[in-house]
Design a protein around this ligand. Structure first.
Ligand SMILES: *[C@@H]1O[C@H](CO)[C@@H](O)[C@H](O)[C@H]1NC(C)=O
Ligand SMILES: *[C@@H]1O[C@H](CO)[C@@H](O)[C@H](O)[C@H]1NC(C)=O
Ligand SMILES: *[C@@H]1O[C@H](CO)[C@@H](O)[C@H](O)[C@H]1NC(C)=O
Ligand SMILES: *[C@@H]1O[C@H](CO)[C@@H](O)[C@H](O)[C@H]1NC(C)=O
Ligand SMILES: *[C@@H]1O[C@H](CO)[C@@H](O)[C@H](O)[C@H]1NC(C)=O
Ligand SMILES: *[C@@H]1O[C@H](CO)[C@@H](O)[C@H](O)[C@H]1NC(C)=O
Length: 660
């Protein structure tokens, strides 16, 4: 192990020399890199920033109190031993986003704020998402001040982030400081909600600096934007969180999770919406002194009404509403002329279905107003913090940001929830809805969780009002259901339809390459050049061998002069931020870019060899180290098994030269 460490140190020093002195002598040629000037700015996703207490809170019946700077998000010990106390420090006022009177929390700062989320306890999406990436950067000798985290209070709505914490102002300063300190622009790495935050920042910036200097500012400060797992048209799971609670694997009840989620102003930020509807230009307010239309000033293309599900693969919400009163009881849903109301009686619930547009424009929440005490709050929040936001209505599709290099990266073909069936449970808020069925997309088809044999019994009380409902289902998975499944499925959290929206950022012609994720010699690489596409999904005519995970790259360096756009789809990524293949690809692309004399616009996909000693392994079939061109057997005292003694022949710097 000592040898390993020495090896790493040697490697780090070689690379530091390459990267930070900018030049590197190599036999005949000299390579000039501008790497020393770049900084990386990480904008983490939802629930991925630590929050610390900024109060003193006595927790009765528990030995654990909250003191200033104590971890709140995420301290599972305190969560388990004093959940009500912990909630006081987590919850915000659902109307005005203020702290609980007895406890407040604030986001932590620095890299550790995003890399050390309760290590060990949770293995789900919440645990230390960025740690691996930071580790990778350190392994390649990146300096400490070159990686900057931009943690934020992910409970707040976009405007509140600025109002309370001056977050966007500070983010602008972060870019400016990075430029001053290192002399070059930054690379933005955003994950999940972090992409929405970055989008809002770009719009905010437009109002903050003179219009003529906007593009110049971006060119000077941002070299590339890596959008990882961006919910570009929202995430279906948000709906589950809002109506029945999504615990993210935390040891809390669904009701508590719902209560918490709905107290956050950010909960609506990832709501699904239609790509066909846009809001009025927000400049209206800026330039003409406050003349604005109401919250429903969405303008939808005709396609919105021709497509049945706002472009998604199915209706996102199907909900049973107890039909206890006459049609007058549903004033808010009377616009649903198709619904046949004459069949409503107590005991026969009405099922209503809602598309993404009807969820994001508030129609759905108006429809359930009488049955859900939280609806009014949601409608208020939706109008105030989203539709009427003075900078941007985030519930509208995002066009390609005007940044030099845009890389949109996501996982595909995992089982992803795309639609829900809800029914009243008869319990009070927050447990008043139960999920009776879930529709998943999986590799190009839609399946439901349950067999349709679902029985809902509504119990009628006095005055013919439904007071309770019981439902039973015989759960069996794998039933095909109707809808418009996409060519692939999403990344487990966000549907493919939403992730792949950024394919619209590509120009009319794209080069597509499909290569294995693992190290490969190029024999299984498929290429299609200049594939035409026009505002629709572009799907390559390529094959997949079973059991091989691929990356499919869609690249365009032509449609906007001097700018590049790429989309990378990773098969079944799991948590792709931690995927070694993704880290390697990010690294190689950046490495390629800093060598400006490189003839190709994007890093070659022709082969992928080992880059680090860790990538060398023993090939038992051939009884030697795999990749003999790159790796050799070199025992170092302390090695325990054969694979450990397989080491790079040359330094990583030499290995990287193949990718210039
Ligand atoms: C926010 O709302 C709470 C309760 O709804 C109220 O007590 C508090 O004064 C409000 N704060 C602000 C700043 O409006
Ligand atoms: C929408 O639904 C109608 C009726 O179910 C069907 O005839 C039509 O083809 C669907 N449209 C699309 C674009 O799927
Ligand atoms: C509404 O439902 C009733 C009873 O199910 C049926 O008789 C009637 O024809 C339906 N009306 C329409 C417009 O579909
Ligand atoms: C897809 O590729 C196959 C074999 O390369 C070819 O025969 C077929 O015509 C292609 N299909 C389309 C739609 O281009
Ligand atoms: C596709 O690749 C070719 C060859 O490398 C290049 O000339 C062309 O500009 C690329 N097309 C696009 C859209 O980037
Ligand atoms: C390793 O370095 C030697 C000498 O510097 C060079 O000839 C060889 O091509 C390098 N091998 C690889 C895989 O880079």
């Amino acid at each position: 192990m000592g040898g390993d460490e020495r090896e790493h140190r040697r490697l780090a020093m070689t690379l530091a020399a390459v990267l930070f002195l900018g030049t590197f002598q190599l036999g005949e040629g000299e390579l000039k890199g501008d790497y020393s000037k770049l900084s990386g700015i990480i904008i983490p996703g939802f629930a991925s920033t630590q929050l610390r207490a900024w109060s003193i809170l006595d927790c009765p019946y528990s030995p654990l109190d909250f003191n200033p700077l104590d971890l709140v998000w995420l301290d599972t010990t305190k969560l388990l031993s004093a959940v009500n106390c912990w909630l006081k420090c987590m919850l915000l006022d659902p109307y005005n986003q203020t702290d609980h009177p007895e406890c407040k929390s604030r986001p932590d700062s620095g890299l550790s704020a995003i890399t050390e989320l309760d290590p060990g306890y949770i293995t789900g999406p919440l645990s230390s998402v960025w740690k691996e990436w930071v580790k990778w950067c350190i392994e390649f000798g990146i300096e400490a001040n070159a990686i900057i985290a931009a943690p934020y209070d992910w409970r707040l709505s976009p405007s509140m982030l600025e109002e309370r914490d001056l977050y966007f102002y500070k983010l602008k300063q972060t870019f400016e400081t990075a430029l001053k300190l290192r002399g070059g622009p930054s690379i933005v790495f955003a994950h999940s909600l972090g992409n929405n935050v970055f989008r809002y920042f770009l719009e905010w910036l437009k109002l903050e600096i003179a219009p003529k200097q906007y593009i110049q500012w971006l060119d000077d400060h941002i070299y590339a934007f890596f959008a990882v797992g961006a919910p570009l048209l929202g995430s279906t799971e948000t709906v589950k969180g809002m109506l029945s609670g999504n615990t993210f694997g935390l040891p809390v009840s669904e009701g508590t999770a719902r209560l918490m989620f709905n107290s956050f102003g950010s909960s609506l930020w990832m709501m699904p919406f239609s790509k066909y509807c846009r809001a009025d230009a927000m400049y209206l307010k800026h330039f003409s002194g406050g003349i604005r239309k109401g919250p429903n000033a969405y303008q939808c293309e005709q396609k919105e009404f021709q497509s049945n599900y706002s472009g998604f693969s199915t209706n996102i919400i199907n909900i049973e509403i107890p039909s206890t009163r006459g049609i007058d009881a549903y004033p808010s849903v009377s616009e649903f002329s198709q619904t046949n109301y004459s069949s409503m009686e107590c005991g026969l619930p009405t099922q209503l279905s809602f598309s993404a547009r009807e969820i994001s424009d508030g129609t759905f929440f108006k429809a359930i107003e009488d049955y859900d005490s939280d609806s009014k709050r949601t409608l208020h929040q939706l109008k105030q913090s989203y539709h009427d936001d003075p900078v941007l209505n985030p519930l509208t599709p995002w066009d390609r940001p005007p940044i030099k290099n845009v890389f949109c990266i996501y996982g595909v073909d995992s089982r992803t929830e795309v639609g829900y069936y809800f029914a009243p449970s008869g319990k009070p808020y927050p447990d008043n809805w139960i999920i009776t069925d879930v529709i998943y997309e999986i590799e190009g088809s839609l399946v439901s969780r349950t067999k349709t044999a679902l029985t809902v019994t509504i119990i009628c009380g006095k005055r013919g009002k439904a007071v309770a409902a019981r439902s039973t289902c015989s759960c069996r998975s794998g039933n095909q259901v109707e809808g418009n499944p996409g060519p692939a499925s999403g990344d487990e959290t966000v549907p493919y339809h939403s992730l792949s929206w950024c394919k619209n950022w590509l120009g009319p012609r794209v080069n597509i390459t499909r290569a294995p994720q693992s190290e490969h010699d190029g024999s299984d690489v498929q290429v299609e050049l200049n594939v035409e596409h026009h505002n629709e999904d572009v799907v390559p005519n390529m094959t997949r061998s079973p059991r091989v995970k691929y990356i499919t790259y869609y690249e365009d360096s032509e449609s906007i002069p001097g700018r590049r756009t790429a989309v990378w789809e990773l098969d079944k990524g799991g948590n792709i931020v931690r995927s070694p293949a993704l880290m390697r690809e990010l690294w190689l692309q950046i490495w390629h870019d800093i060598h400006a004399d490189s003839p190709s616009k994007f890093v070659t996909k022709a082969k992928r060899g080992p880059l680090r000693d860790d990538d060398c392994y023993w090939d038992y079939g051939k009884a030697r180290c795999a990749w003999p061109e790159y790796c050799e057997y070199r025992y170092v005292f302390g090695d325990v098994h054969l694979g450990q003694s397989c080491r790079l022949r040359n330094s990583s710097a030499d290995a990287l030269l193949h990718y210039v």
